[in-house]
Write a protein that binds this ligand. Structure first.
Ligand SMILES: Cc1cc2nc3c(=O)[nH]c(=O)nc-3n(C[C@H](O)[C@H](O)[C@H](O)COP(=O)(O)OP(=O)(O)OC[C@H]3O[C@@H](n4cnc5c(N)ncnc54)[C@H](O)[C@@H]3O)c2cc1C
Length: 325
């Protein structure tokens, strides 16, 4: 049984993406159960130490393609396809995110593989991997097996936890890669990430989510003040992000981030299914909405029917008073 190959995305400073580290951890656990090995592919100039450090997440080997450009899907498909075929990997696992989806889909086409997307769990059954993915707007889950090899598994964002283990150091193997003709047609001009207040909403225990009910961009300060009083961060719906009221990095949902804080307080958020899929795992959901028929009241734990412009400042005041400031 061949092993599991993971693509490890990194930024320009060589810091690996949390979803990629999660995918390596998941692959290492599964490979342990299969009696095989987990390995990672790193594209671009990344230091030996940083590559070897992926061993701490369970990678036994890291294949580094220095000459290929990081951040563009097709060159990475070239690298993943070469390593998968030449080293005989049975599965390729991606941590999710837009690039993971694009590379995973490209690899599937290139290798005529089977693919499962939006995977939330993977298990070993009869010596093979079975991917679990939600369907029908997350109202049911299905098990997906693979009839041939390799099998491509693309995780949902944040589906796999990055778990550091003791003292692992991966062997780093440099590989030469000849890019396909079409892989050189695009060139990376600039890479960057838009951040809101340097807060990663995926890590926050408390989130105040603002929707179109806030009325205008300036009113996000109501959500920010409450989040600050609670020691949390601010998140947003796609409607307000598209309107330019708040940064894309704060968007929760199908085309944004998946979060699972201890408390998600939704203010002026209707609770559309595309938003729900990104926050439904929150431990406690509190909704403030002036429409008693808003869909969010169907799945929140506590609902307040009323005008957020009146309720949010009062709530902030009450939290501050409780905290003695
Ligand atoms: C392919 C696709 C992908 C999508 N991906 C995402 C995604 O990732 N994330 C996402 O969020 N959406 C996504 N959407 C959009 C989604 O369908 C909804 O349009 C969006 O979530 C609605 O945002 P909203 O709740 O801010 O706005 P609205 O639906 O307009 O809701 C505003 C709410 O505020 C309430 N309100 C108004 N005034 C007040 C007030 N004064 N006090 C209290 N409440 C008030 C209203 O009653 C209403 O319920 C996607 C859509 C598609 C088609």
């Amino acid at each position: 049984m061949g092993g599991i190959l993971v693509y490890a995305l990194h930024d320009d400073e060589g810091n690996f993406n949390r979803n990629s580290l999660g995918a390596i951890s998941e692959a290492a656990d599964l490979a342990g159960d299969l009696g095989s090995e987990a390995a990672a592919v790193v594209v671009g100039e990344v230091a030996d130490d940083a590559c070897a450090g992926l061993g701490a997440y369970g990678a036994g080997k890291v294949y580094r393609a220095r000459s290929a450009p990081e951040g563009l899907a097709q060159p990475i498909v070239d690298v993943m396809a070469k390593v998968t075929q030449e080293e005989g990997f049975s599965y390729a696992l991606f941590g999710g995110g837009l690039l993971g989806f694009e590379i995973g889909a490209g690899l599937t086409a290139r290798l005529s593989a089977g693919v499962t997307m939006e995977v939330t769990d993977v298990r070993v059954q009869d010596g093979k991997l079975v991917a679990v993915r939600p369907v029908l707007q997350d109202s049911a889950v299905v098990d997906v097996g693979y009839v041939g090899e390799p099998g491509v598994i693309i995780g949902r964002l944040n589906a796999f936890d990055a778990v550091e283990r003791d003292g692992g150091s991966a062997e780093v193997v440099d590989i030469e890669i000849e890019l396909s003709e079409w892989s050189t047609k695009a060139r990376m001009v600039k890479r960057g990430e838009q951040r809101g207040d340097e807060v990663n909403i995926e890590d926050a225990d408390i989130l105040v989510g603002g929707g179109r009910g806030l009325g205008e961009a300036e009113n996000f300060k109501l959500a920010e003040e409450l989040a600050e009083a609670l020691g949390g961060a601010v998140a947003a719906t796609r409607a307000v992000v598209d309107a330019g009221w708040y940064p894309y990095s704060a968007q929760i949902g199908q085309t944004g981030k998946t979060v699972a804080p201890k408390l998600y307080l939704a203010a002026g958020v209707s609770g559309a299914i595309q938003h729900k899929v990104g926050m439904q795992s929150s431990e406690n959901i509190l909704a403030i909405n002036k429409d008693p028929n808003a869909p969010i009241f169907e799945f929140c734990d506590l609902g307040i029917v009323g005008d957020l412009h009146k309720i949010l400042p009062k709530l902030t005041e009450a939290v501050r008073a409780k905290k003695g400031g």
